[in-house]
Design a protein around this ligand. Structure first.
Ligand code: FAD
Length: 341
């Protein structure tokens, strides 16, 4: 089938932060073959390629992208195995993630229900190992199919090939730009969800006297909690958590917990500790403040909201101010979560 190629398309219309310049070319892929075709053509013309899902974790630069942006639209939702305990489902990379969650919840399958209401596509989920409320895609992913742009071949990667870690994988690390994920295969359980749930989720369930935990009850609870903590990108431009939580070492933990008795610290093992970056930003007195048109969301300091910024450089200036203030106050280097095009 013929693929339409559009020229000079504003990336701000395709990214939830709503800033950035133009893509020189943009097209949509509806099959794995579409992907291969575009890569082969682009290679002969020496054009770079960027894969875009829902644009909810991508920041576009002001200079735009001098190449081809492929919007991932490959559909698919197929139960490929089903027994008394589990179901295995293969999902096209272009499916909307939350519709996938809803469908599995309606089938009373457990494994991704606390990842309800995360914007974006199914194919992007492995890229940063998406997660929320104690579930992450690495827990349920069995394998994925991808186009390997280095070898011009379609490959299957197993979970252990993906290098999953906290908000990380080979797809944004050492193999960044190499694979185009065309489908993911996840294994879900027929057991209903069971405690212990993530603190804030358990608190919500207790407060609402919910004692029977089914996938749809958990999904509804998560959606309610998230409504308060995260602005809706359809009406308020943002990219969700703009910073990763800080991962620090023992000496930093000792140093900080002497100074700040209330600092929350999570032991990750291997001499690594997690400190919620939202706490650091709040403690630095920055929550709710605005700079260069970018506001630190007043209900969740991890989120930056684009109130009136017109350009990437505004966002970068605001971001660098925040990073600098956190470094000066706590001697902790925080990192941006969304990738950049
Ligand atoms: C309000 C809000 C709340 C959010 N909450 C959460 C949360 O709770 N937990 C969480 O983990 N994230 C969260 N996010 C971040 C984001 O939703 C996820 O990272 C999501 O997986 C991004 O999907 P996307 O399709 O929009 O990807 P995009 O933003 O389009 O792309 C992200 C990156 O993945 C690459 N990519 C996309 N698709 C593919 C593919 N098929 N093959 C290879 N590479 C690909 C892109 O090139 C890019 O580098 C939130 C974002 C917002 C705006």
């Amino acid at each position: 089938m013929h693929m339409e190629i559009h020229t000079n398309i504003p990336l701000k219309n395709y990214t939830t932060m709503k800033i950035g310049g133009n893509a020189r070319f943009m097209t949509e892929a509806r099959t794995p073959d579409d992907i291969q075709k575009v890569y082969r053509n682009a290679k002969s013309q020496n054009l770079p390629i960027f894969i875009l899902g829902g644009g909810s974790n991508v920041i576009a630069k002001d200079e735009g992208f001098n190449g081809i942006v492929i919007r991932m639209r490959i559909p698919g939702f197929e139960v490929i195995a089903d027994d008394i305990n589990n179901a295995i489902i293969k999902i096209g990379a272009g499916e909307e993630w939350d519709s996938v969650v809803k469908r599995t919840v309606d089938m009373r399958l457990s494994g991704i229900e606390t990842m309800s209401a995360i914007p974006g596509t199914a194919g992007a989920a492995p890229v940063q190992n998406v997660g929320a409320y104690n579930q992450e895609i690495a827990d349920t992913l069995q394998s994925l199919e991808a186009y390997d742009s280095e070898t011009d071949a379609f490959v299957t990667l197993r979970r252990d090939d993906c290098g999953f870690a906290y908000r990380d994988s080979i797809f944004r690390g050492k193999a960044k730009g190499r694979y185009v994920i065309t489908s993911i295969t996840i294994k879900l359980s027929k057991n209903q969800p069971a405690p212990p749930f993530y603190d804030s989720l358990q608190k919500y369930l207790d407060e609402h006297q919910i004692k029977i935990y089914t996938t749809d009850v958990i999904r509804d609870a998560v959606i309610e909690i998230r409504k308060n903590r995260l602005p809706d990108p359809d009406t308020v431009p943002n990219s969700g958590s703009f910073f990763k939580n800080a991962i620090v070492e023992k000496w930093q933990v000792d140093d900080l917990s002497n100074q700040y008795l209330d600092i929350p610290i999570f032991d990750l093992g291997d001499d690594k500790y997690k400190i919620p970056t939202g706490w650091l930003i709040e403690k630095a007195g920055l929550k709710g403040t605005i700079s260069h048109g970018i506001r630190i969301f007043d209900r969740n300091a991890l989120v930056l909201v684009n109130e009136s910024a017109k350009s990437y450089s505004d966002l970068a200036a605001a971001r660098d101010e925040i990073i600098g203030k956190i470094r000066d106050k706590f001697r902790v280097q925080i990192q941006q979560e969304p990738l950049e095009i």
